[in-house]
Design a protein around this ligand. Structure first.
Ligand SMILES: Nc1ncnc2c1ncn2[C@@H]1O[C@H](COP(=O)(O)OP(=O)(O)OP(=O)(O)O)[C@@H](O)[C@H]1O
Ligand SMILES: [Mg+2]
Length: 388
């Protein structure tokens, strides 16, 4: 049986661990705090700072895993190249993990090297250079720290007066030692999607039906699958996803994010791992959920096909306050609704906007996707995270 070193043990890692344990694999769950969701189920768990390269090296040396599976971005990914040289398998690859942790690397690859359509962009390293970048890109535009996720440090500049604020905010939300930001033209998209893409060690690249989602504060609120879209638009997104995943190399599931606008399909960014909006697949929308697909790809087990079995939606359960002992109210209401289910991640503490669980709704393939999504959105309002 394979030994999997899981770097990051949140809700996505937890479902991945469940998938792995179902087929008898060994999982070492790593995070920066004790009792993280995946750590509650794994064979072994470790609490370390994954941005510290030496600590990471020691952990790899200690377990000698068959697969190193990152679940988050905040890892000293430069070390991954060394692990590959030593013969370890990094998922999907050292290059993929390293390029996607920094917006500059992945954006330049997608736009300059691969020629994918993206929002016009510039970089800035100070409030002064941000001003220049904004004048070149035009307003409105979006500012993001090069190293950040879940919308942290991200803001939209609408007028000159926002520039100084946007710079300050970006510096508060930036992870790691890089002070640089990317400035992107605001894309007035009609809708956005995540295209879950699976690259296999010995097989062709597969695509899941597209997932639609709605974001607030840079975090997803609801996601639904399938996102209705024209076949030729979907084809174009698939081709772009295939290009970028091929360039990044390796096998696993990827969440490739696109904006769909009147003037075409824009590549936005991608995660070389299961995607949060892909939790909708826990509503049994597919023959294999995104975690099972990832696991198969990691282990090199064939995936003959991905089939859509139902339509579904997910809506996130967010905490509203700090608690050392969070508990839930209103789950009976969710449980008494037909074609509905939920997950509680088991995070030991809460803070405002922390994602604590997810409500899942579904219908058969003849249903109405807006209705299914609306149902998830209404039902999630019934759940409250309270302090016990
Ligand atoms: N150039 C843009 N034009 C319009 N909207 C944008 C643009 N960039 C980002 N957004 C909006 O902000 C959301 C978050 O942006 P992005 O995915 O780049 O950030 P993130 O911090 O990496 O988020 P996550 O880690 O949650 O995926 C997007 O899904 C989209 O709704
Ligand atoms: Mg994103």
């Amino acid at each position: 049986m394979a030994k999997i070193l899981l770097l990051g043990s949140g809700e996505l890692g937890k479902e991945f661990t469940i998938a792995a344990k179902r087929i008898g694999q060994t999982v070492i769950a790593v995070d920066s705090y004790k009792n993280a969701p995946a750590a509650q189920l794994a064979d072994f768990s470790e609490v370390i700072n994954m941005l510290d390269g030496n600590t990471l090296d020691a952990l790899v040396e200690k377990y000698k895993p068959d697969y190193i599976v990152p679940e988050i971005e905040a890892i000293r990914t430069e070390r991954f190249y060394e692990y590959e040289k030593q013969g370890y398998t990094v998922i999907p690859s050292a290059k993929a993990a390293n390029f996607t942790m920094n917006r500059k690397a992945i954006r330049d690859l997608a736009s300059k090297e691969l020629g994918l359509k993206t929002a016009a962009y510039r970089y800035a390293t100070s409030a002064e250079s941000l001003k220049k970048a904004v004048s070149e890109i035009g307003m409105p535009c979006v500012v993001k720290p090069l190293m950040s996720s879940s919308g942290k440090g991200q803001s939209t500049i609408k007028t000159e007066a926002d520039i100084e604020k946007a710079w300050k905010y970006s510096q508060e939300g930036s992870r790691g030692d890089v002070a640089e930001v990317i400035v992107e033209a605001f894309v007035n998209f009609n809708y956005e999607i995540t295209l879950l893409t699976v690259t296999q060690r010995n097989g062709k690249t597969l695509f899941c039906p597209p997932i639609g989602h709605r974001q607030e504060r840079g975090d997803y609120m609801e996601s639904w699958q399938p996102a209705p879209m024209k076949t030729d638009v979907l084809k174009e997104a698939q081709q772009m996803a295939e290009k970028v995943t091929t360039a990044l190399t390796g096998c696993g599931i990827w969440g490739v994010e696109f904006f769909i606008a009147d003037d075409g399909v824009y590549f936005s960014e991608l995660s070389p791992r299961p995607h949060d909006t892909g939790m909708v697949t826990l509503a049994k929308t597919q023959n294999f959920n995104e975690f099972e697909l990832h696991l198969r790809a990691v282990l090199g087990l064939p995936i003959p096909e991905i089939t859509q079995e139902r339509m579904g939606a997910s809506a996130v359960i967010l905490a509203s306050e700090n608690s050392e002992n969070p508990t839930f109210e209103g789950l009976e209401k969710i449980a008494s609704a037909a074609k509905t289910d939920f997950r509680i991640f088991g995070k030991p503490t809460s803070r405002p906007y922390r994602r604590m669980g997810v409500v899942l709704t579904h219908d058969n393939l003849n249903g109405n996707i807006s209705e299914v999504t609306e149902r998830a959105k209404m039902l999630v309002k019934e759940v409250k995270v309270i302090s016990n």
